[in-house]
Design a protein around this ligand. Sequence first.
Ligand SMILES: [Zn+2]
Ligand SMILES: [Zn+2]
Length: 244
Amino acid sequence: MEIIADLHTHTIASTHAYSTVTENAAAAERQNLAVMGLADHSFKTSDSPHIYYFMNLYRIPRKIGNVTILRGVEANIDIKGNLDMDEFPKVFDSLDYAIASMHASTMEIGHTEEEYTAAWLKTIENPRVDILGHMGDPRYPFDIDTVIKAAAKAGKIVEINNSSPETRKGSQPLCLKIIETCKKYGVHITLSSDAHFWSMVGKFDWAMSVVEKTRYPKELVINSSVDNLEAYFNTRPNKKKISF
Ligand SMILES: [Zn+2]
Ligand SMILES: [Zn+2]
């Protein structure tokens, strides 16, 4: 299966990432990607950019070289299932898309499975959320069947994050269980690099091995074609159409 978009990349705007938009876009082009999404960390990550960064993202051209650029965010979920970006609704609405993820900056370790499940369920109800980020983090256990079923009902995309085995130790069995449950409920997925340096952009080797192992249907892999991306992004209510 070919992957034509990487919807989860970070730039020097999150200062624990080390490449510019231009460097990432050039890498995406070399990887033959048609689309690259900027998803820098929302403002409650301690080294994330100021909200002005997101306010001004529309200045970045829609095309850099042959690559279509999507202007997004990786928002932080808290234990109540609220997102930090929701504090700036106008800015949030101006972005092309949002990933919502659990990070140490806003999500403590040690809550119960019920609490993390409730936080995911609330996130899924949030109309501004498109993609559920790196869910297989063993520090935040949740009821996979209940949450993935809700994601299916709400039409959310589940991310298979290529950096998970390295960044979130012990996540691999959970990721496998998540993707199998996604297949059971017919959930859209996206393979992403979560690149923090340009050489990682468009790298999906581990994520692809998981997707192939489960024989995931291509039509449900959102970033396997521009048609799939358009079918998702350009049918959302109250969102401007994106010309890919
Ligand atoms: Zn993340
Ligand atoms: Zn990330």
